[in-house]
Ligand binder design. Sequence first.
Ligand code: SF4
Length: 386
Amino acid sequence: MAGIYVHIPFCEKKCAYCDFVSYSNRRDQVDGYLGLVEQEMAAAGELCKNEVFTSLFVGGGTPTYLDAAALSRLLTGIRRHFRLAEDSEVTVEANPGTVDRRKLAALRQGGVNRLSFGVQSADDALLAAIGRIHTWQEFVESYGMAREAGFENLSLDLMFGLPGQRVDGFLETLERAAALHPEHISAYSLKVEEGTPLFDWVQRGRAQLPDEDEERAMYHEGTAFLQSMGYAQYELSNYARRGFASRHNLLYWRREPYIGLGVAAHSFFGEERFFNPSDFEGYERAVRRQSWAWLRGERVEGREALFEAVMLGLRLNEGLDERAFEARYGTGFDVFGDAVEKGRKWGLLSFEPPVLRLTDRGRDLQNQALLPFLESLEEMDKKSLE
Ligand code: SF4
């Protein structure tokens, strides 16, 4: 299994909470950017010529900010340089307000079989307050057009913990979302990142966030509701109807290889992580100089790889299977000393051999659940230096 990620760093307008690498008002740079990504594709495609990719994810930013011709150009380029498995999952992120029938047709023609809509909320006042460019009704129209265009795998991205939001309000968003019968729903807790307008508003008291109890109640009640509607939770923030878990995102949590193209993208293969420059100009310089943009690689091995496997694997409801862990990393969970036992005692982990999982309480306190794993590895480091 291996995936491809392509980052499109353009948006119509910046949302108030957003710290992703995305730029507004740069339509004149789209063509040039696609040229750079094509150069990167040619170089990466040459390196990966024996690989058959099982998923492609075009994210952003707002990929549907591109017009139909640009979307076709991008998808054609990918297929020219990489081999995608016949049954590969091909996802494009779409934002309501930037979707029309021509673009949807271009996506279908380019082999896209999954759309992920950035919706965030069904409450128009909340959407306006966080700087989204669309209303709920506009999303519903885009969603209907996507179904008409033949998309049978649609996902909705929602957020909770928004300023002024209450549990009831979030549950209403989930009810309205579930009533549309999407195949997949993601629900993320808002993180207020420094440097964003929202951070500033919160600091000045212009925006009030729900307290932690309310935010956790949204998470747990939201999860229970989605499960009652047939959406099985398979990751901390992700829910799907049977057979519709995102294959691409599962790659990340299972530490499978992927290559990332575009500004700020990163890649993981050969147990090494590579990072593209996270600013447009740096990315452009790197591609012009050497055809690909990977500036630095970081080998993830030994204890770091073990910890990463636990940290990512525990996000999944399937948990971590000790036998599979041992087959891949050459050691069982005993390498972490008494970390598993501590987590069980604190009620944060459940271990039904061979499967280790977070408990419900552990989902709220992941960092605490992970701490003994980290400490045991640091302990080993100290001993090896003595
Ligand atoms: S649409 Fe997405 S990427 Fe673009 S500014 Fe809003 S949150 Fe950020």
